[in-house]
Structures are given as C-alpha cells and as structure tokens.
Design a protein around this ligand. Structure first.
Ligand code: ZN
Length: 121
C-alpha cells in the first residue's frame, strides 16, 4: 500500500463545506452520454450536510439524460480550473473495467435479440 501515498493528495478528502470554503467547483458527469452539469453545492449541503464528500462516489443510472444507462461520476476543478474526475486511480480503473463489461453485455444481448428476430418461427 506504499503506492497509495503517491497518487493521493490533500484534495482527495474534500468535503462539500471544504469545496465552498476554498472555492472548488464540483460537476456531475456521465461516462456514457458525456453530459456534464455543475453542482449547486449550497443546495447539496442543505440536503446531505456539509461533511459529505463526493470523492470516489458515483450514481447509477445517469440522471443527466433520460434513458441513459451510463453512470454519473463527480469531477472538480481543484487542479487550477481543469475539470478532472474526483476519485482515485483504483476506483477509476475499476469503474472503467465495469463500463467495458456492461457495454459488452449490452451488445451481446442486442445480438441475441436480433438473432431471435430473424429466427424462423
Ligand atoms: Zn448519461
């Protein structure tokens, strides 16, 4: 676990209150439809409290586009205005592998459905 220290940073533990205090903006973004939406931090704090953190969290399914089967992850501009995912490398890697697996499963289901459509009855 010695590697963890290299990829983690003081920004990783930011709570919603920390973000407001230091002026970091948060965004919800989808891994599939690619939509991105700024988060109203004061409104979110009113719902979940100031100590909540968006780090390493995601929501399924995506709510940014109706019917989208992607997931929403969170991003911030904590690195000087560049919007980057708010998660560590281990979570990013696991989520990416999951997304690839889900896409393959959808494609296989679609292929099976097409085969059934063309099958003689
Ligand atoms: Zn989406």
């Amino acid at each position: 676990m010695g590697d963890r220290r290299r990829t983690s940073s003081i920004h990783d533990g930011l709570t919603l209150a920390d973000m407001v205090r230091i002026g970091v903006k948060a965004y919800a973004a989808c891994n599939y439809c690619q939509r991105q939406q700024a988060i109203d931090l004061p409104a979110l704090i009113a719902r979940v409290g100031p100590d909540f953190s968006l780090f390493n969290r995601r929501n399924k399914p995506c709510k940014l586009t109706a019917g989208c089967f992607g997931y929403t992850y969170f991003a911030t501009d904590r690195w000087g205005g560049i919007i980057t995912p708010f998660r560590d490398d281990a979570h990013g890697h696991r989520w990416m592998l999951e997304a690839i697996g889900e896409r393959q499963a959808r494609q296989e289901a679609e292929q099976a459905r097409r085969r059934d459509d063309h099958a003689p009855s």
